[in-house]
Design a protein around this ligand. Structure first.
Ligand code: ARG
Length: 659
């Protein structure tokens, strides 16, 4: 049962007497901010009173009288200017919490109606190693997938991998010219990644070398101009002075920009110039960028040799991806990459042309959307289709074949403009009704508050990140086990420690990512991530293990207890608070789905673990003489463990019974 929803349903008919659209007022029935005043709170009387020119306190009392609440709440209290404070009846909490003990769904009702939801997440560009940036999409997407599925929707996860992009031209060029055969035989994906990086570096170098002198001149000109511009007297109100001030400001920021650009070009040059072998390669392949583009074009045009190479590379690349997903515990229903939609792209452009939506502009085919300056380019001047074209074909497929009612794109905020144009184009295109939603997220930052990079300035590989997490976790586990040994408890053996380390290391990374509001950038911080106290996976995993420990230490089998008719009773405030918290699980899932925010679930978990910790401290079991109360507490611990375990599971985080 969803208590919040139930209360809201009770308020709805009464509030309908005061508003044509009562929904916004119904949603003012909320969990109480301060539980000293009740469990829930209705703040709707004040705005409604204002609307009708009534006294808010009187209206609150009238509403409270009319709403049928006797079976749910104690005496309703009107407080302050017209708050309605609701405190649930203890017998209701007791009976509901006992009901959860035999409910696999932990009180979560199936959605009405169930929807077909496609989630597009992870979606890396293959043949480049996965990096830390792919973590967020993978982890957020997976947790939404698990949650929506548990609720009872028909959910399809689709890894829209970039397997047809320009990186293949670079790799093919690299393969044809710079291949290290032995390395390729030994570790094909690593060699392909090396080739990709090498071709990238060489073409960046050549481009930078030809651009740098021009940029330097631009910088000199701007600097000379600045030096020659007389600085107007400070605080002058003369319009001419104000203009001059503006011009100076503009010049300064232009100079800053040019300095950054020249510095970055110089760096690209230095990287290769300081490496004699690479410099020789660059000079010998002075057309590399264009040549790589030609290889991509040949691949797309069906050139036999390039297709053969693509077919040779793909299984290796996919296997490497699979390795990462396996470690992360992520599975996809579908992996329909960009290449899969290739045959449909010409049809998409035809359809857009014939409906008059796509028009030729500067040689390219574009869709212009009112209010957006940038056009949505669906075919380039050279005939190549784009990322946009592919996304349009993908939507057609998902709606037509997969019958999607809704598509979620778990993709970096930096692609917002693309999705805005995509969704507007689809709306104009008029394919069947579908809700499209960009579930965007911010960047993972280093401690320097810049995008997280290795010391050499490379993006951080996802695999090495996971290795590091497990290594860090292992140190913590070993420390913990040493303490246990000191206390005379039996420590875990090596294999058990390693598997605990894997679970808390990877869980720690996932939780750290999920517990931030998804739009915000966050700083990657090992120490915080694996802390035993605080809003971390480790803290919750400990709470879970502790629930298991309680049962173990008291030699309790919860199934047996239940069969013997044992029940949860609420005799202590900490028990009541914990029970209330467990009953709020369905509310937490609703909150996740309202705006696709897994951090609503981490917040719920943190509060639940806190409530459990208070219960653990205040409500002893071993020393308790009353057997019924002892059993009740064991059952409450058991139920807490099930809620924690389930909620962590929905985040894609595993648990261990002993840690
Ligand atoms: N492969 C793209 C990238 O790495 C992300 C794809 C997201 N999904 C989509 N349907 N556009 O930037």
């Amino acid at each position: 049962m969803n208590l919040l929803r139930l209360l809201q349903q009770r308020f709805a008919p009464v509030l309908a007497d005061y508003a044509d659209d009562p929904a916004p007022f119904v949603s003012m029935v909320r969990p109480a901010q301060d539980t000293r005043f009740g469990d829930f709170q209705a703040n709707c009387a004040m705005p409604l009173a204002k609307r009708h020119g009534l006294n808010p306190k009187e209206l609150a009392a009238k509403i409270a009288e009319k709403v049928h609440l006797q079976d749910l709440c104690n005496e309703v209290e009107i407080a302050g200017p017209g708050f309605i404070n609701l405190r649930l009846r203890d017998d209701l909490i007791t009976s509901e919490v006992n009901r959860l003990l035999t409910d696999d769904r932990l009180g979560v009702e199936p959605p009405r109606p169930a929807r077909t939801i496609v989630i597009d997440f992870s979606s890396p560009n293959v043949a480049k190693p996965m990096h830390v940036g792919h973590l967020r999409s993978s982890v957020i997407g997976d947790s939404l997938y698990r949650t929506l599925k548990f609720l009872g929707h028909r959910v399809i996860s689709d890894n829209h991998i970039g397997d047809w992009g320009t990186q293949f031209g670079m790799i093919i060029y690299g393969y044809k010219n710079f291949l290290d055969n032995d390395a390729y035989t030994r570790t094909p994906v690593a060699e392909l990644a090396r080739l990709y990086r090498l071709v990238n570096r060489l073409s960046d170098f050549l481009e930078a070398r030809s651009e740098l002198p021009g940029k330097k001149r631009e910088l000199e000109v701007a600097e000379r101009e600045l030096a020659a511009t007389p600085v107007p007297p400070k605080g002058s109100k003369d319009p001419a002075d104000k203009e001059a001030e503006k011009a100076i400001k503009k010049l300064r920021s232009q100079i800053e920009g040019l300095k950054d650009e020249t510095a970055s070009l110089a760096k690209k040059i230095e990287r290769v110039e300081t490496n004699a072998a690479e410099l020789a390669l660059a000079n010998a392949h002075s057309n590399i960028a264009r040549a790589a583009r030609d290889e991509t074009a040949k691949l797309h045009a069906g050139n036999a040799e390039n297709l053969r190479l693509w077919n040779e590379f793909m299984p290796e690349c996919l296997a490497a991806l699979q390795g990462v997903y396996q470690r992360l515990g992520i599975q996809f229903d579908l992996t329909l990459g960009e290449s899969w939609f290739n045959p449909m792209l010409a049809g998409v452009v035809e359809s857009l042309k014939s409906s008059g939506m796509a028009v030729a502009s500067d040689g390219a085919m574009c869709v212009f959307i009112e209010g957006n300056e940038a056009p949505f380019i669906v075919q380039k001047g050279d005939g190549a289709f784009t990322y946009a074209t592919t996304d349009l074909a993908t939507i057609q497929y998902r709606v037509g074949e997969l019958q999607a009612n809704e598509i979620l794109y778990v993709v970096d905020t930096r692609q917002s403009e693309h999705f805005e144009l995509l969704f507007k184009t689809v709306a104009k295109w008029g394919i069947a009704q579908v809700d499209l939603r960009h579930v965007n997220f911010g960047t993972v930052m280093g401690k320097d508050r810049r995008p997280y990079k290795t010391r050499d300035g490379d993006t951080v590989g996802l695999e090495s990140l996971l290795d590091e997490a497990v290594k860090e976790a292992r140190t913590i586990v070993d420390l913990n086990e040493a303490q246990k040994a000191d206390k005379g408890e039996e420590p875990l053996d090596d294999a058990a420690r390693q598997s605990v380390a894997e679970i808390i290391g990877i869980g720690g990374i996932k939780y750290a990512d999920l517990h931030h509001a998804r739009e915000s950038d966050y700083v990657f911080d090992w120490e915080k991530m694996l802390a035993k106290e605080g809003d971390t996976a480790t803290y919750i995993q400990y709470a879970f293990a502790r629930t298991k420990g309680i049962l173990r230490k008291n030699s309790i089998d919860p199934i047996q207890l239940l069969a013997q008719g044992a029940k949860i009773q609420l005799s202590h405030p900490a028990e009541r608070t914990l029970a209330m918290q467990l009953l709020k699980f369905p509310e937490a899932l609703d909150a996740v789905c309202a705006e696709y925010r897994p951090n609503q679930l981490t917040q719920y978990l943190f509060e639940t673990a806190n409530a459990f910790s208070a219960f653990y401290n205040d409500c002893p079991i071993k020393g308790e003489a009353d057997e019924a109360l002892r059993n009740s507490r064991c059952l409450l611990a058991e139920l807490t463990g099930r809620v924690l375990g389930r909620a962590l599971g929905l985040l894609g985080i595993q648990t261990v019974e002993r840690m």
